[in-house]
Ligand binder design. Structure first.
Ligand code: 5RP
Length: 251
């Protein structure tokens, strides 16, 4: 019997599928291209910003960056930066920051952000509010049409004193959006405590928030509220890493 030899199709190169963490790293490395020697740098918090801080540490050690001063946005980032040998200071000593690089949980088309799902928002808001340039780094899963409409938490940092009272005020404020206000717990089921000794109340809305500025001001008028995770009109650039490449959006 004869054997038929079939022509094999040429091998296809497998599609390169990047993980979410690889996309975060791509956005972070792109943002670090904005860093110049001598800058006062806001160092962000979270799994995306961590890549940027690692990269800054690496460039310092390679001698490609010099005289950097980092202003960390959380205790966690402070520890990471210290372990990398990045010189650190604070807002008291450096009230004006050249550039901050930080992640976000949501980004809308106007570059408004939701931050704080990782638990740090107050220090970030202080640092990023003091920046000449704030480069936000995200993978494309963070892009939304409207903030707070994704069904995910909108974090609000509150003082522990009578937090239920404050949570209830927040819930009532967004009653029309079907708001549920939930105290955030840590992995042991105890209240999650922020770097500033406060609690976080996560707001879950069934409908997106109306006017963001109005909502922001109203939340901040509640006496037990310290700060919320909406960063309105603060990012000057957003770098988005997606399967099809990197997009840079400027204000
Ligand atoms: C810290 C933040 C983070 O920037 C935000 O949660 C994004 O985190 P990640 O980069 O891990 O997705 O606001 O609370």
């Amino acid at each position: 019997s004869s054997m038929e030899v079939l022509a094999m199709p040429p091998p296809l190169s497998p599609p390169v599928i990047l993980t979410q963490d690889e996309l975060k790293k791509i956005a972070a490395y792109k943002a670090v291209e904005f860093v110049e020697s001598g800058m006062i740098l806001g160092l962000g918090t979270g799994s995306t910003a961590k890549h940027a801080v690692d990269r800054i540490g690496e460039l310092l050690h390679l001698g490609k960056l010099k005289n950097i001063v980092g202003i960390p946005t959380s205790k966690k980032t402070q520890e990471q930066a210290l372990s990398l040998g990045i010189p650190l200071s604070d807002l008291d000593n450096h009230p004006i920051i050249d550039l901050a690089i930080d992640g976000a949980d949501e980004v809308d088309p106007y570059l408004n952000l939701v931050k704080g799902r990782g638990g740090s928002l107050l220090r970030g808001k202080m640092v990023e509010g003091a920046c000449k340039k704030f480069v936000c780094i995200v993978d494309e899963s963070k892009l939304v049409k409207h903030l707070g409409g994704s069904g995910l938490a909108m974090p609000v940092e509150v003082v522990p004193f009578c937090w239920k009272f404050t949570a209830n005020k927040l819930r009532e404020m967004f009653e029309d959006s079907g708001c549920v206000a939930q105290l955030r717990n840590d992995c042991k089921g105890e209240p999650f405590v922020t770097d500033n000794g406060n609690y976080i109340v996560d707001l879950y809305l069934k409908k997106e928030m109306g006017d963001l500025r109005v909502s922001s001001d109203a939340i901040l008028r509640i006496a037990g509220v310290v700060e919320h995770g909406m960063f309105l009109d603060m990012a000057t650039t957003v770098i988005v890493a997606g399967e099809l490449g990197i997009t840079t959006k400027n204000k």
